[in-house]
Design a protein around this ligand. Sequence first.
Ligand SMILES: [Zn+2]
Length: 113
Amino acid sequence: MHEMALCESVVRILEEQAHEQGFAKVTVVRMAIGQLSQVELESFRFCFGAVAQGTLAAGAQLDIETPDGKAWCLDCRRDIRLARLGEACPDCGGYALQITGGEEMRITELEVE
Ligand SMILES: [Zn+2]
């Protein structure tokens, strides 16, 4: 499962940070997962809980922000909001779009002990 692999890499990053910064436990993980990142949030949360078991992130709270999808429409020559990949420009109905935001997936903040 795609989400399982993502959660494993998040926990790996947390372990690296813990090693570098010398903390032993993560209590809150804040993340930004863009609306165009193709990550299923429900499944991501579920996998995170499972993957975190027995690690420094066991029982950590997961706060997820979901930045809007954005694209540049080559025909309208302006930024538009895009709810999902594969959608047309809401103004001209065209598909000449360059994604400019909402594909990110990153850890924004940690609370640690
Ligand atoms: Zn357009």
